[in-house]
Structures are given as C-alpha cells and as structure tokens.
Design a protein around this ligand. Structure first.
Ligand SMILES: NC(=O)c1ccc[n+]([C@@H]2O[C@H](COP(=O)([O-])OP(=O)(O)OC[C@H]3O[C@@H](n4cnc5c(N)ncnc54)[C@H](O)[C@@H]3O)[C@@H](O)[C@H]2O)c1
Ligand SMILES: [Zn+2]
Length: 439
C-alpha cells in the first residue's frame, strides 16, 4: 500500500520537476518534495538501506532464490555466490557492452570471496546467440579446467543468460549456474524459470535445455545505464505479465514508466538531487520486477517443462519470434513480441476470445511505452516463419490470446488456419494512420 501511494507522490514529484514555472509553484513543490522524502526515507530504512529489497523463492526442480535489490548488491555477489554454491573457480560470461561497465566490480567481488575468476566476453546482440559463441564458452571452461562444482556466472541481458545457461547445463552434463541480469527484460523474464537456448539458422531458441540457476542476483541499479530502447524491450515483457495475470499492474503501468524517467534524469546530471531521485526510482522499479518475477515463479512452479500453463508466458511470442527471424534479428525481442501481442489481441476480437476494448487497451499500452502493436510483414511470410518455430505440435500449434486484461487463454490453432488467424490480427495500412508499427 505504501508503495502505491508513493508511486503517485513520486509521479507528481517527477512530473512537477519538469514544469517550467518552478518559482510560482515553489510552495507546492516543497510540500511534495518533503512528503516524498519522508515517506521514502521510512521505506528505505525498513528495507536495510535499500540494498536488498526482496527475496523470491522458486520451487522447481531446483529450489533457489531470486534476490532483488539496488546499489551495492552486485558488490556483494561474491559472498552470496560463495554461500550458495561454493566452488573454486568462477567463469564470468558477458558481452562487450556489459564487461566494461560491470565486469571489474563482479570480478573484485568474486575474488574477495576467494574465487579464481576467468572472464569470457563476446560481441553483444542476438547475432551472438549461436552455436559458435556457445562452443567458445564450452572451450573456455574446458581450457580453464573448470569442474562441475565450479560456477558459471552469466552477467548481462537475455542473450548472455540464455547462452550461459545452455553452456552451464551441458558442460560436464551440468555445472553450478548463477544469473546476474543487467537488462529489465532479463530481470523480469529470462533470468528466471530455467529456459536456456541458442538460435539455429531455422529459428529462435531451437537448441537448448531446461536448467534452473542456483541463484539469481538482480541489482536494479545496473539498469541505469540502459538506453531507452532497451528499456522498452523490458517493458514489453512487463506489459505481457500485466495482460496475463495482473490487472492492477496494468493500471499502474498507465502512469509514466519509472525507468524511462531514470534515464531522463541521468541525461541531466546537473540535478543536485539526482542520486536521491534515482534511489527512489530504482526502488519503484524493483517492485515492478518483483511483481513480474512472482507471476513467473508461480507459473513455473506449476509447469516447469511447459506441458500446459507455462505456454501462457508465450503471449505474443509465436508471431514475435517470426518477426525476429524475418528481420534477421534486427528487430529486438521486446519490440517483436510487443507487435505479436497487438496482433493476437486484434485476432482475439475476431475469434471471440476478447472484446474490442481489451484489444484497444493492449494497443494503447504498447504505444504508450513506445512499442509497436503491429508489423509490416504479410500474413503468409509470418506464417512460414512461425512454422519453423519449435512450438509447432503436429498439425497444430498452441497460441495465447487475451480474454480480458489480467487473463489469457490457450487455443490450439490448426496449421491450415494459422495464416487466416494472423491475417485477422494484422492492421491494414489504412487502419494504421499514425499508430506505431514494427517490422
Ligand atoms: N530464457 C527465457 O526465458 C527468455 C525469456 C525472454 C527473453 N529471452 C531471450 O532474451 C534475449 C533478449 O534479452 P535482452 O533484451 O536482455 O537482450 P540482450 O542481452 O541482447 O541485451 C540488450 C542490449 O543491452 C546491452 N546491455 C545489457 N545490459 C546493459 C546495461 N546494464 N547497460 C547498458 N547496456 C546493457 C547488451 O549489451 C545488448 O546490447 C532474447 O534472445 C530472448 O530470446 C529468454
Ligand atoms: Zn520473451
């Protein structure tokens, strides 16, 4: 409850900081400022200087914790990993954007806890999520003589986590594995639940394994260096969770996104209250992450190997993966699944799973976060790309449709009808008129 009321206060506060006529409203500003300062101070004290905000336990084939916190959690990760998994050597797997930002801090923390550290850095981006990078990681582990009791630490976004996880799952048939997500998308989705994979020429995630991490260490403050566009990718998955099972979160998301505000603040570092404001924003964002992760935890606990309800997490993903593939992975995952969600919501109206208002709400939310709700690809090419997706099941595939905000349903779509279904969801050029579109 405190969080919600503070969200509103913070929203007023941040919006107000950007109004031009500050002098005229200085009394109101001061009141808001101090009201905000006092309530946030009380909260921060309650959560131990905000370093560790929440622990969420996942009960699957492995029982593990997701630690969500802010400033300083990364520097404490050596101790956490030592206490959770032990071992002698830690292999940090990361990409060339993340390594210069956070590689040294993680190395220092691990060394302080007695680990020998080896570092493997590969080029950033989806194009690296392939067999070549995967083999290079395995070869490094072998060359450095890591054993099953040693630990692989994936420091990065979803690409690093998926690659690192598959390498950890397959090296010596499974070694210790820790996820340190550095993007919003990885924090709310890919670092949790144990799906790991690489792409093959035929499509996304076609080779992989279910392999749960031993611990997930999510330091929200690492996200302060993300660009707005990469943050938007993360918000696409956040919006997915809200449509899937959290109407209240959907309503909260109608207020301005805290993380976008954070980057705006960073781009104006002259503000004397910058650090203070960032602390508040990080704290709010950690609540959003915790909410999404709890939804995923509940779904994964009920269906770890995706025989049933876990398929719900693929909302927007069948068409989204097709868009990624058709674009040669130049359309990012978050933007592609956003378009996928807009398309299945519109198709859902035609198929009778949801009403027009629901589809309109989905589109408006996506556009509010600067995400596409449509694509320029045609139904026939999307269908061909979908059929190379691994989720095909004989003569049909399972797709997810909203039936209302906060609830979705699974529907078996015969392959012979797939193109028609996708076509129902595509917005025609005449309908777009100013709407965002992906592709
Ligand atoms: N395993 C799962 O359950 C699951 C779920 C959802 C998505 N995914 C996968 O996740 C991938 C997408 O993840 P992503 O969006 O995190 O992509 P990503 O890992 O490519 O990261 C996006 C970009 O952000 C950079 N970056 C990462 N952290 C940064 C930071 N703190 N500061 C500055 N730059 C930073 C990266 O170098 C990269 O350029 C896709 O491959 C998708 O298939 C997997
Ligand atoms: Zn996804």
């Amino acid at each position: 409850m405190i969080i919600k009321s503070n969200s509103i206060i913070l929203q007023n506060f941040v919006e107000y900081s950007y109004t031009e006529n500050k002098t005229r409203n200085s009394v109101r500003f001061m009141l808001l400022y101090w009201h905000c300062a006092v309530s946030v101070y009380l909260e921060l004290v309650m959560v131990r200087n905000i370093q560790l905000v929440k622990t969420i336990n996942v009960l699957a084939s492995k029982n593990y914790d997701i630690l969500i916190g802010t400033d300083g959690l990364l520097d404490d990760s050596g101790r956490i990993i030592r206490e959770t998994v032990g071992g002698h050597t830690a292999a940090i797997i990361t990409d060339d954007n993340v390594a210069p930002l956070y590689g040294q801090r993680l190395t220092d923390s691990l060394e302080r806890s007695g680990y020998r550290v080896v570092l493997h850095v590969f080029p950033h981006g989806e194009a690296s999520k392939n067999s070549e990078t995967y083999l290079s990681i395995l070869n490094l582990l072998a060359a450095e003589k890591l054993g099953r009791a040693d630990v692989l630490v994936a420091l990065g976004g979803g690409v690093v986590g998926d690659l690192g996880g598959f390498a950890a799952a397959s090296y010596m048939r499974g070694m210790r594995f820790v996820q340190i997500p550095t993007t919003l998308l990885a924090a709310v989705d890919s670092s949790v639940g144990g799906k790991t994979a690489i792409n093959l020429d035929a499509g996304k995630n076609l080779a992989g394994a279910f392999y749960q991490p031993d611990v997930v260490i999510c330091d929200i403050s690492l996200q302060s260096t993300l660009t707005d566009d990469i943050l938007r990718d993360g918000y696409a998955e956040v919006i997915k969770y809200a449509i899937l099972s959290d109407k209240e979160l959907f309503e909260l998301l109608k207020t301005p996104p805290p993380a976008t505000t954070a980057t705006t603040l960073i781009s104006q570092p002259s503000s004397s209250t910058l650090n203070y404001q960032l602390s508040i924003i990080n704290y709010q964002l950690s609540e959003v992450v915790a909410r999404c992760v709890s939804i995923k935890r509940d779904i994964v606990a009920g269906d770890e190997y995706e025989h049933g309800i876990r398929k719900l997490l693929n909302l927007g993903h069948t068409v989204g993966h097709a868009i990624e593939l058709l674009s040669g992975y130049t359309t990012t995952h978050g933007h592609a699944i956003a378009a996928g969600m807009g398309i299945v919501a519109r198709a859902g109206v035609q198929l009778g799973t949801c009403d027009a208002q629901c589809s309109k709400d989905v589109s408006e939310m996506l556009l509010r976060y600067g995400l596409p709700d449509n694509t320029n690809y045609e139904a026939d090419e999307l269908t061909r790309a979908c059929l190379s997706d691994k989720k095909r099941d004989g003569d049909s595939l399972t797709m997810v449709f909203p039936d209302r905000i906060g609830h979705c349903v699974l529907k078996e779509i015969p392959i012979s009808e797939l193109e028609t279904v996708i076509d129902l969801g595509l917005m025609r050029a005449a309908e777009r008129k100013g709407s965002g579109n992906g592709g």
